[in-house]
Design a protein around this ligand. Structure first.
Ligand SMILES: Cc1ncc(COP(=O)(O)O)c(C=O)c1O
Length: 394
């Protein structure tokens, strides 16, 4: 832990300052909720605005004949980051759309079972429940504590399997607490049993090095507006080649196709090609830093602020701090205080934006810096937290 803290201080601060200079200023609030949506770097924003103006000049031709001509190249670049084939990638609006494509598109029959946990994203749980209510599949809950070991979590999923299990919903990193789940082992478990694995990669793609091939899942969906820095409204669905043919698209495609393009947004109605024009510059920006360096920096930022916040009486972290899985997201609470009040006072009095999260027995604030977050930003946050917590206890 010490080495990470030192890294946060010494690791070419000038480099990270230069990264920050390429982002729009976050104001009036210090934004510590990048896990929800991140600002695009300025060059991405500029390219997107230019593309929007280009579209206005001649919408039909400029969108569909010109900007969309870049689609194959964008998929090639994304495939290089995700380690999959370009023809396994569909572009869409976000993780929700990608996962719903998999959830509603997977052929299942009455009585088939799917394993879902309470820590999965609420929209995905709701989508599976909808199939339960409409079609009579069974949603089987798997129970574990996010502070459990990887072994215990894999064992919990294994216990939930029956001969009727046909699919497993796997959240790669829980958005509640930032816990990284052993997704590769869970996908291997699914594969051993001939079960489809649907991975929610909203919080891991571009936050850390990631290989679709190594993960070994059938479906992987993510939002490109979180850690990649593409404009808001860009998502990616990766479907393993052997699953493409049997998976239904969410909407009726214009050009019925046996290939992955049946899931592409261009084939499912008019969308905004200007947003897509921001993907390539976002990838270029991301590759300049590299996923490993980004992940190391985000982990160091988390350890840095948590190390300072431990001086606050009653401070309690609900995210494993020591493992390699730690990244930008963590959840904390302060004993004897109301986290909603702390969130409000941080925002209203100190202009700092964190996110209140409430799930099962947990109530706390999620904090998620990004690569443009600086050490003085985190110092400001922890100083404000100490003051607010003291007031909340008084
Ligand atoms: C784990 C997880 N899944 C899914 C989503 C939904 O992402 P989007 O709203 O971009 O579809 C989020 C958003 O925060 C998330 O954290």
């Amino acid at each position: 832990m010490m080495s990470d803290r030192r890294l946060a201080h010494d690791d070419d601060d000038k480099y990270w300052e230069s990264v920050r200079a390429r982002y729009p200023a976050q104001q009036p609030l210090l934004n510590l909720n990048n896990a929800a949506v991140s600002p695009p770097p300025l060059e991405v924003e500029q390219r997107t605005v230019e593309a929007l103006r280009f579209i206005s000049a001649n919408p039909d031709v400029n969108m569909w004949s010109k900007l969309d001509a870049d689609l194959p190249a964008i998929k090639q670049q994304l495939a290089a980051v995700a380690d999959c084939d370009p023809d396994e990638i569909a572009l869409n609006r976000n993780t929700t759309e990608g996962l719903c494509t998999a959830i509603f598109g997977l052929p299942l029959s009455r009585g088939d079972e799917v394993v879902v946990c309470e820590w999965d994203y609420p929209s995905m749980r709701a989508a599976w429940r909808q199939r339960e209510q409409r079609e009579g599949i069974r949603v089987v809950p798997v129970d574990f504590d996010p502070m459990d070991s990887d072994e215990a979590i894999v064992a919990a999923y294994a216990r939930a399997l029956t001969p009727r299990t046909k699919a497993m919903q796997i959240t790669h990193m829980l958005h509640w607490t930032g816990r990284l789940l052993p997704a590769q082992r869970l996908c291997a478990l699914a594969r051993e049993h001939g079960i489809a694995s649907v991975v929610d990669g909203a919080q891991t793609f571009a936050q850390m090095p990631l290989s679709f091939r190594e993960l070994g899942c059938d479906y992987f969906a993510t939002s490109l507006h979180k850690w990649l820095g593409a404009p808001v409204g860009n998502g990616m669905l990766i479907v393993a080649r052997e699953r493409i043919g049997s998976t239904w698209p969410l909407l009726g495609p214009f050009d019925p196709s046996p290939g992955v393009d049946k899931f592409d947004h261009w084939n499912l109605g008019t969308y905004n090609s200007a947003l897509q024009a921001g993907i390539a510059p976002a990838i270029a920006f991301h590759r300049e830093m590299g996923a490993a360096r980004i992940h190391a920096r985000l982990r160091a930022l988390t350890r840095h602020w948590v190390g300072m916040a431990r001086r606050i009486p009653g401070f309690r972290l609900h995210t494993p701090i020591d493992g390699d899985g730690l990244g930008a997201l963590s959840l904390f609470s302060i004993d004897g205080t109301d986290a909603r009040r702390i969130e409000r006072e941080l925002r209203e009095t100190h202009r700092i934006h964190t996110k209140y999260r409430e799930v099962r027995q947990l109530r706390g604030l999620r904090v998620s810096p990004h690569v443009y977050t600086t050490l003085p930003d985190l110092q400001r946050f922890v100083d404000a937290l100490e003051e607010v917590a003291a007031g909340a206890r008084a």
